[in-house]
Write a protein that binds this ligand. Structure first.
Ligand code: FE2
Length: 484
């Protein structure tokens, strides 16, 4: 039994894997209640032990390479060595192997896909050195065929502008992406000239290292924060789309896999899908560093994993009172659900969710009475999979993990789940994806005639997703709303 660990990054995580079976996987933050906690939490280890005792640890990242890069870039080279971290949490008796950052991303994608072969694109802010890598995968394993190294990083470019716009770098890139729809991409070419000495995707060269941000940059007159977001997003999309075309030409395959933190950009993901160059696209639903707890093990064993879905964390084993939930929804209430195993990944997909009727002009306000998010940001729809095409212009056949946006065909009916450009980040739900959530959606559809629920994460503002039943009860006490 192998324990994969990602720690000392932005969002620590662990995964327990036995042969092809992913027995358990979780994020530290869900236990420590510290958002994006970067250290291993002891309660997380206790939860993991309910599923088995590991005999081997695979650590995501190679410490020596990472230290050398940190030294080169003027950071403290000897961050806490993984062995000290393992000693701190009582796991230092187990043998440890280290695997590469981008190799783990690529392996997480390929070995959770059902593909026999694939072309793989990995893009993030920074691995040990790699910032972009392209891989070929088949039954013989993974082979890196192209890479770009730090300090040239398209991910760091996006992150630097996240900070520039007053958002939290390495965390709130999704808000920049949401802001982009409200601006005009008027300075796209200007940004390319200003920040890149070469921009011929996949090849590019930054004029200067953006690791420490770009707060020094003076924007041209009359350009709003939203215009900057739109232009930064446009640069990222151009890079991605041109790189995918390059991969299609140079590494033809039916199957594309996209991994790394940049694969969380669901607006860009949809445009890649719409290119139509590959028959199938797979993005493992936790494509960033946290998902590499699984990826590290996959890179080490080089074996296909039996991917059943992202419901891999803490179990809340209770009956779900669907009748009462539907009654509350029909009465126009927001319903909280904490049931089954917690989602491994950034999205609440029905097991730690706030739900409400998405119809009518007041749906967003009702949800915001509990969520209080930025006014311009919509909530996501969860839809019975067979009804998705009726309401949304889907760029992919299925979207069970909210990784793609789709134009809503009835924005006047569903304003609370539509962004300003009338797109929605759709979750399609089948019985195979999540039988209990599917049963709830079916009951809601039978009672209301609407196959969609507004679905957002169940958390106290600023905290990670509710994890345990004790967290759920605390949420219930703070908000005065029943948790089912
Ligand atoms: Fe990464």
């Amino acid at each position: 039994m192998i324990l994969g660990i990602n720690s000392q990054n932005h969002d620590a995580s662990m995964a327990l894997i036995d042969g092809p079976n992913i027995l358990w996987a979780a994020h530290s933050e869900r236990y420590s209640r510290v958002k994006n906690d970067n250290r291993i939490d002891r309660d997380m280890i206790e939860d993991m032990k309910k599923y088995g005792e590991p005999t081997q640890i695979i650590w995501f990242e190679k410490p020596l390479q990472k230290s050398l890069r940190r030294l080169w870039s003027g950071q403290r080279p000897w961050y806490d060595h993984p062995k000290f971290e393992l000693r701190r949490v009582g796991l230092d008796h187990l043998p440890v192997e280290f695997v590469g950052h981008h190799e783990s991303h690529a392996a997480a994608g390929f070995y959770t896909s059902k593909f026999k072969d694939a072309s793989i694109l990995v893009i993030d802010a920074i691995g040990e050195w790699d910032t972009v890598s392209v891989w070929k995968a088949d039954e013989t394993g993974l082979k890196k065929v192209w890479n770009k190294k730090y300090p040239n990083s398209i991910g760091l470019f996006y992150t630097a502008f996240t900070q520039y716009l007053g958002l939290k770098p390495n965390e709130e890139e999704y808000i920049l992406m949401g802001m982009a729809a409200l601006g005009k991409y008027t300075i796209t070419d200007f940004l390319k000239k200003e920040f890149f000495s070469e921009f011929k995707p996949p090849y590019f060269k930054l004029r200067r290292n953006l690791h420490k941000g770009c707060l020094w940059w003076d924007r041209p007159g009359g350009v709003s924060d939203f215009d900057i977001a739109a232009s930064v997003q446009a640069v990222m999309e151009e890079y991605l789309l041109e790189t995918v075309k390059w991969i299609h030409y140079n590494l033809p395959s039916d199957n594309l896999i996209f991994m790394g933190g940049c694969a969380l950009n669901c607006v860009a993901n949809s445009k890649i899908a719409k290119l139509g160059l590959f028959n199938n696209i797979w993005l493992m639903p936790n494509p960033g560093d946290a998902g590499s707890a699984i990826g590290a093990v996959a890179a080490y064993t080089n074996q296909q994993l039996d991917w059943q879905g992202p419901y891999l964390g803490t179990d809340i084993d209770r009956e779900l009172d669907i009748d009462s939930i539907v009654k509350d929804l029909l009465a126009g209430k927001v319903v909280a659900v904490a049931n089954g195993r917690a989602e491994f990944g950034p999205r609440a997909l029905g097991n730690r969710s706030l739900l409400c009727d998405p119809r009518g002009p007041n749906a967003k306000d009702r949800m915001n009475s509990l969520k209080r998010r930025e006014a311009f940001r919509p909530f996501a729809p969860a839809v019975l999979a067979e009804h998705a095409d009726t309401y949304f212009d889907m760029p992919v056949k299925e979207s069970p993990y909210m990784q793609f946006v789709a134009r809503c065909r009835t924005p006047d009916l569903l304003p609370g789940i539509c962004h300003v450009d009338n797109t929605s980040r759709v979750q399609t739900v089948t019985a195979q994806d999540n039988p209990r959530f599917r049963a709830l959606l079916e009951a809601w559809y039978a009672a209301s005639g609407c196959p969609i629920l507004m679905n957002t994460s169940l958390n106290v503002k600023g905290e990670p997703l509710v994890n345990s039943w004790a967290d759920a009860l605390r949420w219930q006490e703070i908000n005065g709303v029943t948790v089912y």
